[in-house]
Write a protein that binds this ligand. Sequence first.
Ligand SMILES: Cc1ncc(COP(=O)(O)O)c(C=O)c1O
Length: 394
Amino acid sequence: MKFSSLTKRISGTGADAWLTHYEAVAARTRGEDVIVLSVGDPDIDTPAPVLERAIEQLRRGDTHYVAAAGRLELRQASARAHAARTGQAVGAENVVYLAGAQNALFVASLCLLGPGDEVVTFEPMYPTYPATLEVGGARMVCAPTDAGLRPDLAALAALVTSRTRAILWASPNNPSGFVFNEAELAVIGELARRHDLWLIADEVYAGLAPGGRVPGLAARLPEQVVTLGSLSKSHAMTGWRAGWLVGPRELAVNAELLAMCMLFGLPGFVQEAAITALGIAPEAEQRTREYCRMRQQRFTAGLRGIGGLRPIEPEAGMFMLIDVSATGLSGREFVRALYGSQKVSVMDGAAFGAATAHCVRVCFATDESGIDSACERIRRFCATGLSGTCAAAR
Ligand SMILES: Cc1ncc(COP(=O)(O)O)c(C=O)c1O
């Protein structure tokens, strides 16, 4: 039997990058001694008031169909939070609730990009971007990075053609943890103005940046910016799948129509819990930021002095890239060999693009003993396990 051409566009390299991770998770489930640092899922609980609210709503019978774009009170609360964070004046009519920022990006992609269109984005990038951007037939164009892994802005303008419809970036970035600065945004904003481009700002980690804010263009170009967000990272609520997009009214109308034929709204009890989550956002974000700051410090200290590794400190978030090129291994080889000998699962930098193929990514949002053991095992691997691993890992 035949499948649609779409299935080819969603089966990119992103899926392979998760193989070691899934292997490690399966081993952990079997009770084996493995340490999983390959996924961005904070090792802290959903805030108690959020959990209580969901349970209460479940008991009250909030288990029926809901408005596809999300309840008015929730969208109003999100609009207020967005306005306070970005300075862009928006209301409930600009907000659509979806199943996480991932789903919001999928919806934005289908609403804004079609066959023959191009969307420019930056390495290193979240591994689902290529498939999500190309699912509707558009083509992703990747801007090169400079030696410091920041976008090469001089090269950016040449990538914008008559086919370009949008520019997408994540700030803070996954995996580098870099935050786009005003100078970088000014170049992007100028191109968007000149070429009437959509700007898709993935701000799923914004709550983890200092003060819960990142520089952005939403207030300056309100008719062109689509902001994606979720409770996944800021509130340690990855499994609740509560995310949103904020954009011009007409986009929100189209996104709601798509949500109606694709999702039909988040469960009511999740929406009510999300209202509670937004109500405690300053404290919840502060908790996660502090948690990430402490873990990052511990991880950096644990890696100190390990020959062959060059940690690249993030500005925000829960990830760190480590340049492993001095070990003689590529990121992929390092991942396989480290897991094979020490049962520590990290992510291949190549999953985020060619610019980081010499790196691995670790998520340090995990318990302190896990960090300490992981660092010890990585130290042992680099001290003793490297000889002979090159050939084996290849
Ligand atoms: C950059 C980036 N965007 C989007 C997502 C998806 O987040 P959500 O859980 O809100 O779908 C992730 C998840 O790791 C991410 O790293």
